[in-house]
Design a protein around this ligand. Structure first.
Ligand code: SF4
Length: 371
């Protein structure tokens, strides 16, 4: 297949759904986690869930970059944004994530100079055109976006831009998956692996899942047929009593990742001992920070970052949604107090968030035939 329409072919989709139906064991319940928020979005946009037999359940994972940012980190960002002379930059979604004292959008309305950018390079450009101001870029995301931050830092150093720093909140995908697999309240049968992250890290880092936990992983693309085929590949592994890492997204993901991007990451970043995840608490070695060679560009070393720790509001169940313990509509405030226009939790902010995907595509409940 070469063109995107071919990956959305309804007849082929029905054929793969038929193969899935023929592969599942009646009476057995299968729980498969799609790790990446991009997959969650595609699943509900294209109604992939409706093509699966009722005993195949897709569970959403922690792979939405905005969703995993804890409230305290937003408060930290707002504190920096309020400093005199600072231009605080971030991606658009991040401006709407609620902290305990409101959002960055509200901080902007109250006078802080907060600006939306499309890339870290935009922020660097802003620093160069505003030499009398301090420009801070709030960097979020998994290994997918971290290389662009790393390359921007390398350019800032090469061009000697003294008024640019990065508030690094990049995270890595393997530690939260291990935390989920160690969690007693979740039984999973397999994983649809995060295709975007794997374009950088490759498929190899996921080998611990079959090796240590005996579960299959299939690295998947984001079109409807990609996801259906990946689910089929997982079910076939289970049916044949084997488990391993398979790469459905070979047209994009090299098994060993992108060597140049990995090299740039290790040149600029190092692992933090701990990083806080929304609803999941502190997870060891799950966050990146800027290393000593780039210390002059580290917001946390150049500004007063309070390091705020805030518990999520009682009504918010983002943690359970991110761990796949509950479905979005099971949260008490879903679609009432919490909507994309007025989100309480992060999962309702980003289009990759499970709650936003359910809300936007009107999938509030699920009724399917029992096999
Ligand atoms: S509905 Fe809102 S508060 Fe509830 S889990 Fe989703 S984002 Fe969080």
């Amino acid at each position: 297949m070469r063109f995107v329409d071919e990956f959305r072919d309804a007849e082929l989709g029905q054929a793969v759904a038929g193969e899935i139906l023929a592969t599942v064991e009646p009476g057995r319940h299968y729980k498969i986690m799609e790790v990446c928020g991009g997959h969650t979005h595609s699943i509900y946009k294209y109604g992939i869930d409706d093509l699966l037999p009722s005993n195949v359940e897709l569970v959403h994972g922690p792979g939405c970059p905005v969703c995993v940012i804890p409230m305290g980190r937003v408060d930290d960002g707002i504190a920096v944004a309020r400093e005199p002379g600072v231009i605080f930059t971030c991606f658009g979604d991040m401006m709407r994530v609620p902290g305990s004292q409101g959002t960055l959008t509200e901080a902007k309305a109250a006078g802080a100079d907060v600006r939306m950018v499309y890339s870290p390079l935009d922020a660097l450009r802003l620093a160069k055109t505003n030499p009398d101001r301090e420009v801070v870029f709030f960097a979020i995301g998994f290994e997918t976006t971290a290389p662009s931050t790393a390359l921007t830092l390398k350019r800032a150093k090469a061009e000697n831009v003294p008024n640019f720093t990065v508030m690094c909140s990049h995270v890595t995908i393997v530690p939260p998956l291990r935390a989920l697999l160690d969690s007693p309240d979740l039984r999973l049968d397999g994983f649809v692996g995060p295709g975007h992250v794997c374009t950088v890290v490759g498929a190899r880092p996921f080998e611990f899942i079959p090796a240590d936990y005996g579960k299959p992983v299939v690295i998947s693309g984001f079109e409807p047929l990609d996801i259906l085929q990946s689910v089929l590949m997982i079910l076939r592994q289970l049916d044949e009593g084997r488990c391993g890492v398979e790469n459905q997204y070979r047209r994009v993901v090299p098994y060993d990742g992108n060597g140049r991007a990995l090299e740039v990451l290790s040149e600029v970043f190092e692992l933090r001992p701990h990083f806080e995840w929304r609803g999941m608490g502190f997870i060891s070695q799950s966050g990146l920070r800027i290393n000593d060679a780039y210390a002059e560009f580290d917001t946390e070393r150049r500004h007063e970052v309070p390091g705020v720790r805030v518990a999520d509001p009682k009504a918010c169940q983002c943690g359970e949604v991110l761990k796949g313990v509950i479905k979005p509509w099971e949260c008490k405030v879903f679609g009432t107090a919490c909507t994309p226009e007025r989100p309480i939790g992060t999962c309702m902010v980003s289009s990759e968030g499970a709650c936003a995907a359910y809300y936007n595509y009107g999938r509030f409940a699920r009724e399917r035939q029992v096999v």
